[in-house]
Ligand binder design. Structure first.
Ligand code: ADP
Ligand code: AMP
Length: 217
């Protein structure tokens, strides 16, 4: 299965992606995680992406698309993948479509996580991420068993720089301007399915899996 998860920042894409990918045994490919890894390790890619990420802007398409092309060409992505955070605008979606067509394949489904803006702001303000395994927690909604420590791997938790109030506001504008048009794009393609992404994490996972299962070959 070739799946794209779409929704505003804070909708729960990363949270759901880890459960869905493990249940369907496909790799989870998060462009945000790949960029953050490269920024932390100060690679050439990280140096290209850093300033855009700090402002809450999109990293330029040529940088992002080249990175995704390389990742999708890897062995583990040949039988399916779950994209989280890509595509983020219509040109990226058009390029992805062409790229998959070159490889004689196509997306199976685009799953939209539907959450309102107030909830997204609450989610982002309490988000904490593990430095080691990238598992996301929330101070109130999904608290780690020990303060500041990942309950899965024992790694240190941190607050993302781009989760500060001003940057969150800007990222939501970027979402409305550049990413939200993907909803109409994929609806026209006939592969968009939206689910209610409010309520407990495990309820959203059940809804997501119930929606995806009929497409499993
Ligand atoms: P995205 O990848 O879409 O930006 P995340 O998966 O990082 O979003 O989730 C944002 C924050 O919201 C995290 O702190 C996460 O723990 C929390 N969260 C995710 N899903 C839910 C949910 N169903 N209810 C409450 N909080 C949630
Ligand atoms: P995320 O972890 O998905 O919230 O992404 C964090 C940041 O990484 C975004 O605010 C962008 O700066 C950058 N980013 C992630 N995915 C993309 C993408 N597909 N296109 C451009 N920039 C991206």
């Amino acid at each position: 299965m070739r799946i794209v998860l779409v929704g505003p920042p804070g909708a729960g894409k990363g949270t759901q992606a880890q459960f869905i990918a493990s249940e369907l045994t496909i790799p989870r490919i998060s462009t945000g995680d790949i960029f953050r890894y490269n920024v932390t390790h100060n690679t050439e890619l990280g140096r290209k992406a850093r300033e855009f990420m700090e402002r809450g802007d999109l990293v330029p398409d040529e940088v992002t698309i080249a990175m995704v092309r390389d990742r999708l060409a890897e062995d583990d992505a040949q039988d399916g993948f779950l994209l989280d955070g890509f595509p983020r605008n219509v040109p990226q979606a058009e390029t992805l479509k062409k790229m998959l067509a070159e490889w004689e394949t196509r997306l199976t489904i685009v799953l939209e996580l539907v959450v309102d803006e107030d909830e997204v702001v609450r989610r982002l303000s309490g988000r904490r991420t593990c430095r080691r395994c990238e598992r996301v927690w929330h101070l109130l909604y999904d608290p780690p068993p020990r303060d500041g420590i990942c309950g899965d791997c024992g790694g240190e938790l941190f607050q993302r720089d781009d989760d500060s109030e001003d940057t969150v506001r800007h990222r939501l504008e970027v979402y409305q301007d550049q990413t939200a048009p993907l909803i109409a794009f994929y609806a026209d393609e006939g592969i968009l399915v939206g689910i209610d992404a409010t309520g407990p994490v495990e309820d959203v996972t059940s809804r997501a899996l119930a929606t995806l299962r009929p497409y499993v070959r």
